[in-house]
Ligand binder design. Structure first.
Ligand code: ATP
Length: 443
């Protein structure tokens, strides 16, 4: 049952233009994905909703867009050069590669029972060279997280915006990790996007701030329609924490992945981690850069390193969770209706305008005109490439909120039929007031 659902999501994503295999015509690049016309809309809507809640609707967060390439010392200071590795073992027989922590038997291949090599450390950072000469002094890394771009801009924000604690920075951007075992569609890939916040607080307030951020972030997923039964918080055990971190709680979603030993109830997997990183990052960057990154409290006339609360989420995982959660199959008479019931803010398309008869130029012209008008206010598509039943089906499969149908009667009474995606109820609406009618539904 669960395996089926994931297969259905992958197939719908390709069939309807959400997500394609990268470099498809060359046989694909393993575990790399391209977002198609509806995928990019969904992804943008997820990012927009995050930015709105985390930046625009607050007074204490500053947006950032730092470069992917950074000074190599950043990654020494952050600990990534020294510590950002997984242990891997290779099968001598089938040549498959495994993350040592996933292996039950450290010596035996779980696929072919062949002998495994000893576990060896494998740094997950993609390394390349800046400029034409490939030598050690020119090494740069593709960032494995967006976070560091914010830590190194801490003093720029202080100097340009003069915020008082607590305050934060927010960034959405690509990150790269040379994962040993990518997979589960877009869940674990080597190139992905993160949505991260670094929130600077007084050390004594860190514990309380962490709690508030956990609540805030958990409720964000619910507010956009993820089912509560599929969402949970998982506090990290002490032995899971990075050595500097005081605490971390993951927001997990129950994905319909089938992994060895997982139950048919699905697999709880991380969407976002919310951590109390203490003062590790600012201390490290002060030490490595020689710049004092302490905060000056002008009332107490005191300098100190703020603690950092970091809510760090993945765009691609969040998009996948919304896709899975939105998927519904409903029996309609003899047929099965597949419908993606996205929240209105996330739906890639808000309105589709469909002519009932595509060989009647007056109907087609009117439908096109209505679509052109609506496009100024909502993401609207026009489609006349099939019979109406087929057109509805297509729009349901991409989660379009409303279908506006123009028929023969419309030419006379200047009214159209508006069909609601979820209830399938239809209203007859004056073309003149169509925009207001839809606006009322959206806002
Ligand atoms: P995991 O344990 O699943 O590898 P992580 O704990 O290493 O994840 P973080 O370093 O906390 O992940 O990164 C923050 C977020 O970035 C994750 O919650 C996830 O949503 C996203 N992320 C991390 N690695 C990947 C990846 N390889 N592919 C897609 N998203 C990722």
């Amino acid at each position: 049952m669960t395996e089926n659902l994931m297969d259905k999501i992958v197939s719908l994503s390709k069939r309807r233009g959400f997500i394609f295999q990268s470099s498809d015509i060359y046989g694909g690049l393993a575990n790399t994905w391209d977002y198609g016309p509806y995928g990019v809309e969904l992804k943008n809507n997820v990012k927009r909703a995050w930015w709105k809640a985390c930046v625009y609707e607050r007074n204490d967060i500053y947006g950032m867009d730092a470069a992917i390439l950074m000074h190599p010392k950043v990654w020494e200071a952050s600990g990534h050069v020294e510590n950002f590795f997984d242990l891997k073992s290779d099968c001598k027989q089938c040549r498959k590669r495994f993350k040592a922590e996933d292996l039950k038997d450290k010596n035996k291949c779980p696929e072919c029972a062949g002998e495994l090599t000893e576990a060896r450390p494998f740094n997950l950072m993609f390394k390349t060279h800046q400029g034409p000469v490939e030598e050690a002094s020119n090494i740069v890394y593709l960032r494995p997280e967006t976070a560091q771009g914010m830590f190194v801009n801490f003093s720029n924000i202080l100097d340009s915006r003069h915020p008082k604690l607590p305050f934060g920075m927010a960034q959405i951007g690509k990150a790269f990790r040379n994962e040993i075992t990518p997979g589960n569609f877009t869940f674990r890939t080597r190139e992905f996007e993160q949505m991260e916040i670094e929130y600077f607080v007084r050390p004594e307030e860190a514990e309380e701030q962490l709690k508030q951020w956990i609540d805030f972030r958990f409720n964000w997923y619910l507010s956009l329609g993820l089912k509560k039964d599929n969402l949970r918080l998982r506090p990290h055990d002490k032995n899971e924490l990075a050595h500097y971190a005081k605490a971390c709680v993951d927001v997990e979603y129950r994905f319909p992945f089938v992994t060895r030993g997982a139950s048919s109830e699905g697999t709880w997997s991380e969407l976002e981690g919310i951590a109390n990183r203490a003062d590790f990052d600012l201390r490290q960057h002060s030490q490595f850069s020689g710049k004092d990154l302490q905060y000056f409290d002008d009332q107490a006339k005191q300098k100190f390193y703020p603690y950092i609360i970091e809510p760090s989420g993945g765009v691609d995982r969040t998009v996948l969770a919304f896709l899975v959660d939105a998927y519904h199959e409903e029996k309609v008479r003899e047929d099965t209706r597949v419908v993606l019931k996205f929240n209105k803010d996330l739906a890639p398309v808000k309105v589709a305008v469909l002519p009932l008869l595509r060989n009647r130029p007056e109907i087609v012209d009117l439908a096109k005109k209505i679509s052109t008008d609506l496009k100024k206010s909502f993401v609207t598509v026009y489609d006349d490439t099939g019979a109406i039943g087929k057109l509805y089906r297509r729009q349901d499969e991409v989660g379009t909120l409303f279908c506006v149908t123009v028929d023969v009667q419309s030419l006379e009474d200047k009214q159209v039929t508006v069909r609601d995606r979820d209830t399938m109820l239809q209203d007859r609406v004056n073309i003149e007031s169509l925009k207001e009618y839809l606006q009322d539904k959206f806002y």
